[in-house]
Structure formats: structure tokens, C-alpha cells
Ligand binder design. Sequence first.
Ligand code: DGJ
Length: 470
Amino acid sequence: MRMKMRNRQQKSSALCCNAGSRCSLPLVIWSLVGCVLVIHLYSVVRYKDRGATTQVRLTRRTVTRELEEVEEENFQIPPPRGKRSPRAVKRRGPRKQPTAIDEFLDEGSDLRPFFFPDRRSAIDPTKEGNDSMFFYPARMWLDMDGNPIQAHGGGVLFDEKSQTYYWYGENKDGETYHAHKKGAARVDIIGVSCYSSKDLWTWKNEGVVLPGEETNITHDLHRSNVLERPKVLYNDRTGQYIMWMHVDDVNYTKASVGVAIADSPTGPFEYLYSKQPHGFDSRDMTVFKDDDGKAYLVYSSEDNSELHIGPLTDDYLDVTRVMRRILVGQHREAPALFKYEGTYYMITSGCSGWAPNRALAHAAESIMGPWETMENPCIGGNKIFRMTTFFSQSTFVLPLPGLPGSYIFMADRWNPPELKDSRYVWLPLTVGGVADEPLEYNFGFPLWSRVSIYWHKRWRLPEGWRTAYT
Ligand code: DGJ
């Protein structure tokens, strides 16, 4: 025991210079040299690391900078004219100053060509030229046969198997009418259209993959009913493509979701059933597939006063019993979800029928909530543009896997007098930069990264967008 103690004392006095003990000078020098070397090595590694990250960030910034450019919009509301369309006079009374939204909704407005440019300026993939691959929000968009794309309230699925994008949406290529005096403008159900593309700009018409029902008046999809906002998910376990959609009657009182299924992305989809999820009314809706393969339904409920969210069953054919109420009392619709670096984000609109209104961004650490409301994500244009989501309404947010943090915001510029001529507003959306201001005062929650949707009259995806950072 005493021997052990002595040994230990000897060892410790060899390692350090205690008061009263004698130091060995070479040992001290070598220890110092060692320390300096370790510190130097550590700082070199750290610097290299930081250098690499900065490099990636810089390159990413350069690539996405062009997506983040914004443009101003100069348009003046003309002074009231002597002659206005009789419908507009009836709606507004003779003296009231028209707002930009009045002008937007007025078929007789001089600004009509500004909101709905005619076919001469259409995005046309059949024509070679300088405009190739450029997105022009709200211009007419033609498919590869030269026909206007009919995929309203839609969403895009990237099919891994075929490495192809599929765009599904409402085919509204029919007559717009009002079922009764106070009813909203509508088009009879034609069905869900599907378009395919490798580059997100050139779209091939794959036809109506879920048709409306012509004869059976009791069928959910009878043409006199409503089919809106179809979205398709691929189920890795079953190998099936599952479509969820808003199914309703002409007065929007059925307020249900419908489910259809197919073995191929281009259908034909077989319609299965409709239901009120979790026993609640469900109008605008979307579905979202998480990285772990779990999928969720999100829908406006309780007369659009709140959203509900709940997981789908493993086969994506139904909801489970689990549901959370989110954004309670906020009256939001048109939800579009996406995820970035483990955080969930959502864009929604207010509830004003076919008329445009202000978008809001929301964020959550867990998809089941709680969800926090952030600011209006729209940037650029002018104030009226920003307050009306560029005269459009959210429908989907499409990730660009090669550019992490960059997405395409997909929205509809509805044209209520002529719904089939509604337009698509596709714009770059990015997550990042400074935190959203109002949340700086909310100490209970993290500071979410800002979600920004940038107005561009004309834009294109940067080179290498498919694979840049994958
Ligand atoms: C707003 C919704 O977002 C649309 O999908 C559609 O249902 C219109 N309301 C009908 O007025």
C-alpha cells in the first residue's frame, strides 16, 4: 500500500511542478510545444470546415440569388369611367371608387389584359426562342399540343421510378355559370387532368386521369358536384398512387374528402369513396408525405375557421383517428405544406371565395403542431400585389431537391367570370435569412427562418437545379 502511494507521488511530481518540487525544463518545453501543436491542428481543421461550409453557402447564394430578385409592378387604377359594365354597376353602385380587387373581378375592366394577358403572350413550349424555359406568372401556359394547361388547384408529384414530374389539377375547361343567384361561379366537374414533364416547363398532356361522372346523379363526382384541389402521393409500401381531393355538392355543404387509387401515375384512377374526416366538415385540403414515409391530411374545417391535421393510414387510403386542430380561429384555407431542415412550413390564404387575398406563412417543429403564424411571405411587386398574393391563391409548394431551401410556390390566379381561363402563378420560394420579426417577441417559440415568395414577371430555374447539391 505504502509502495503504491509512493509510486503515485513520484508519477505526479514528474508531470507537474508543485511548489517545493524541482521541474525538469526540457519536459516543460516539450509540453508547451505539444500544446501549441494541438491548438494549431485544431484551428486548421476548424478553419477548413468553416471554409467548406462558407464555400457551399456562397455557391448556393450565387445560384439562388437570381431566384430572389424581385421586380416592381407599376399599374395605375384608371379613374372611374362614364361607362362601366352593367354587372359592375349593379354590384358596386354608381359612385364607389373601384379597388384593385374590384377591377380584377370586373370582366369589363380596362385592366383585364394586365391580369389575364391574351394568347399572343402565352408560354408556348412548341415555339423555340429566347423565352424558352422562362416562367411568366399569370400568362397563358400551353402544353406540348399547344392547348392551355388545365390543372387548377393542383399539385406536382415527382415519380422516382420514371424520374418524371406529374402535375395533377382540376380540369375546368367548361362553361362558367352560377347554379343559383347567390351561388359561387362554377364549372361542372370534368375531372382531374394530369401532365408530365422532365423540366417543369414543357408539359405533355396525359389526359383526364380521373373523369367526372356523366349519368349517375348519386355519384360523388357527378358533373353537377364539386371536385377541387386534387393531390397525389406515391405509397412506397403498396406501390400505388393515391389521390386525395375535396369533394362537395354545388352548395359546398357535403364538405368531404374523396380518395382514388391507381397503379400508374397516369392512371386511370379508380374512385373509392368520400367521407368527412374525423367526422368534421372538410373543404380546402392538401396531403403531405414526410421523409419517413408517413403521410398527413390537412383540411379547413369548422366552417373554415380552423385547420385540422391528422396522419393517414399506412396505405394512405384513409385517415387514422388522430387529429389536431391548428390555426384555430384564424380562418385560413388553400394549405400548401413543405419541410426544410426538420421544420415544417405551410402557406395558406384567407377565405374570400375566388377573390385573392393576403397569404400567410406558418411554421411548426412537429407536423402535428403547435403551428405558429408568421408574416406575409410575398416580396416585391407592389403593395397591392403583396396583399393579394400577386392576385393568386396558394395550391402547392414544390421542393427543388438540387437546391435545398429553394422551392416553387404554385398558386392559382382564379378568373371567376371565366374559370377555365384561370392562370398559374409559379414563383420562387426560399427559406432562410433573417428570422421573422413578430416572433422575436414570442419567447416561447424558436425564431423561424423567414419564408419568402419573390415576385418576378419572368424567371427561370438556375442551371443545374436538379442536381446542384444532391
Ligand atoms: C376558395 C377555395 O380555395 C377554392 O378552392 C374554391 O373552393 C373557391 N373558394 C370557391 O369559391
